[in-house]
Ligand binder design. Structure first.
Ligand code: SAM
Length: 186
């Protein structure tokens, strides 16, 4: 596991478009995932489904994976698209077959699950060459929003962890408060 898990009592904070799209846009996320309309993807730490919905509009199936059932309950109250299936699991123990996923993405959650077991599990479940897109609060950010800087990773550390897990990182950008990384599964 990484740093502390998001408090489900604050779930409603994740549903404010003005606050969310300021840091990560739906358009860049759909681009980063390389969503084609036919892919089976997983959203790792899907929360209330804020970004799951955006990607699901460009995918065949999206598994919304979250360790907290309370976050899925909040997503159900918001309304879950027909092509989204909610899965209660840890990223380090995904209930998918080897290579079952065409790709995966994660928003603002890497710092909560980032360890070798999780990255190994992503590598196992995403098909070879499948895209994995990670957007998260950056340790190199200003700290004006999001978790404390001490609980975040920078782009270089995130990249090193994925590369150690066999991923080829083909895009990385460090911005004012977040980073965006795109890797290819081994
Ligand atoms: C900060 S919220 C972000 C939710 C969503 N990705 C978004 O951007 O709106 C982090 C979410 O990841 C989930 N989470 C944290 N650690 C996890 C883990 N190891 N496995 C699965 N889900 C996890 C939390 O329960 C929470 O719902």
């Amino acid at each position: 596991m990484g740093f502390h898990t998001f408090d489900a009592a604050k779930a409603a904070k994740l549903d404010d478009p003005a606050a969310r799209y300021r840091y990560v846009s739906a358009e860049e996320l759909v681009w980063a995932v390389g969503a084609t309309g036919t892919a089976t993807l997983a959203d790792l730490g899907s929360g209330t489904g804020f970004y799951t919905d955006d990607v699901a509009a460009h995918a065949e199936t999206v598994y919304g994976v979250d360790v907290q059932e309370a976050m899925h309950d909040h997503y159900r109250e918001n309304g879950v698209p027909e092509n989204v299936e909610l899965v209660t699991a840890e990223v380090a123990a995904l209930p998918f077959d080897d290579g079952e996923l065409d790709g995966a993405f994660s928003t603002m959650t890497f710092h909560e699950f980032a360890d070798d077991d999780a990255i190994t599990e992503i590598a196992r479940t995403v098909a070879a060459d499948g895209r994995v897109a990670v957007a998260d609060w950056s340790a190199d950010g200003a700290g004006e929003a999001g978790p404390p800087l001490a609980e975040r990773f920078g782009l270089e550390e995130a990249q090193a962890r994925f590369e150690a897990g066999g991923f080829e990182v083909e895009f990385g950008a460090s911005r004012s408060e977040t980073f965006l990384l795109v890797g290819r599964a081994p």
